[in-house]
Design a protein around this ligand. Structure first.
Ligand code: SF4
Length: 442
């Protein structure tokens, strides 16, 4: 169903987990702005928390996350102390009510089980939380053991996201992450038995030495585990930004066409197995909240990717965590040392960010609806926000994509065609003046 269009498939465009995108953050934003945004949250206003644990047992070569090898366990103790101080400082300013808590990293299960449990207790005691907020945790399957699973269950975690990437042994070797299928199978069984039964699995295509057969075999093995959600991401090889990726032999990366076909084959196999395609890189069983939200038109996109969480305000805690407010995006210091110093000095750790203007919010809404719903009604959005200054340019770009069968006008809306799904981010970039030019040249 998905056609490879060489001029379009390899255009570098953002993933649009926010608008403006993180590459536009600047250091003119700091704790004073963050403090103001926290204080502006109304009492009882819904908020979600994101907690970043920037440590892993060992570092995978392909990884694009802000994380580092744990080394001495005392580092975790110091980091958790800083997190607790930051939680206290945020709580002094915020009156909203927490609906969900997401732990990401790094590997949150690099924490000792008791430290994880204490951290959840601290969050629940410090913030005004719903009685049972949704708690989701990203996990390294290689570190999952009964003690950590019990800590998850006692903490009320209901969703676990496992990094798998590939089961092909030769690809695992090429990316520095050895993880047999039995390890993941045991992890899933342990989690389900403990009641942590909403399971996400992350996969990658476009890895060194990976081919279509590797994709098919990995997907068959994953389907046997019947996770509730599967994310199938394209590997981004950016060693100039992620020096650890220099360990990867770039000559063994699949070319643009092979990479495209791997993504397309994965999509087709997952859909044939009964998963609903969500956005451009997620798949969910029909009864999963993500699929339900997609059907209802309430799917959202934030820094964690596609989400069923309807809450727009996200407070990020920990090194590099990003907070999302209506009028501000604020990122904590990325470096753990600088993060800890900032928390010691002011309680807050924002090191960069960007103010979101009314126009930014309008462009953000257009991009989010296109990526989440596959349809966008520019008139309706303009009626709420006012006129788009570059509407003519946007529509000229949309017409170019329409001529290629990737999007079609229908009544007042533009609807992404099935063939346009792999190009969704490129179409979305038409609404973004910083990236639009590349889309128009295509
Ligand atoms: S375990 Fe996950 S977060 Fe840690 S280095 Fe590997 S891919 Fe990155």
């Amino acid at each position: 169903m998905h056609a490879y269009l060489p001029a379009l498939a390899d255009q570098p465009v953002p993933r649009y987990t926010s608008y403006p995108t993180a590459d536009r953050f600047h250091d003119g934003i700091g704790p004073v702005d963050q403090s103001r945004a926290l204080e502006a949250i109304g009492s009882d206003a819904p908020i979600s928390l994101y907690v970043h644990i920037p440590y892993c047992r060992e570092i995978c070569w392909y990884c694009g996350c802000n994380t580092q090898a744990l080394g001495r366990p005392e580092r975790l103790v110091g980091y958790v102390e800083s997190l607790e101080a930051e939680i206290a400082a945020v709580c002094r300013r915020v009156r909203g009510r927490v609906h969900s808590i997401h732990f990401g990293g790094g590997s949150p299960n690099a924490l000792p089980p008791v430290a994880f449990e204490n951290l959840v207790s601290r969050l629940r005691a410090s913030f005004d939380c719903l009685e049972a907020p949704e708690i989701a945790v990203e996990l390294d399957p290689r570190l999952i053991d009964p003690a950590f699973v019990s800590a998850l269950a006692r903490s009320g975690a209901g969703r676990a996201s496992l990094g798998v990437q590939t089961f092909a042994a030769h690809v695992q070797e090429a990316i520095g992450r050895i993880q047999p299928v039995e390890t993941v199978r045991n992890a899933v069984a342990m989690l389900r038995e403990a009641g942590v039964d909403a399971i996400n699995i992350d996969l990658l295509y476009g890895l060194p030495g990976q081919d279509i057969v590797d994709i098919e075999d990995t997907i068959e093995a994953v389907l046997a585990l019947r996770p509730n959600r599967i994310a199938l991401f394209g590997y981004a090889h950016v060693p100039h930004m992620m020096p650890r990726q220099r360990a990867i032999d770039a000559t063994s990366l699949p070319d643009a066409e092979a990479r495209f076909r791997q993504g397309a084959r994965g999509h087709d196999r997952l859909v044939a197995a009964g998963y609903r395609a969500i956005g451009f890189d997620h798949f969910a069983l029909p009864d999963d909240p993500l699929a339900i939200a997609a059907r209802a038109g309430t799917l959202r996109r934030n820094f964690q990717g596609f989400t069923a969480d309807p809450v727009a305000t996200v407070i990020g805690l920990g090194a590099s965590a990003i907070s999302q407010f209506d009028g501000l995006l604020a990122q904590n210091e990325k470096d753990v040392g600088r993060y800890r110093t900032a928390v010691r000095e002011t309680g807050l750790a924002c090191g960069r960010g960007i103010v979101r203007t009314a126009e930014d919010r309008m462009r953000g809404e257009l991009i989010e609806r296109l990526l989440c719903d596959g349809t966008v009604d520019v008139d309706a959005v303009e009626q709420r926000h006012g006129p788009l200054p570059d509407r003519e340019l946007i529509e000229a770009g949309l017409s170019i994509f329409a001529a290629r069968g990737l999007i079609q006008p229908e009544h007042q809306s533009w609807i992404l065609a099935a063939a346009g799904r792999p190009y969704a981010r490129l179409v979305a970039s038409l609404f973004d003046p910083a990236y639009r030019i590349r889309g128009q040249r295509s």
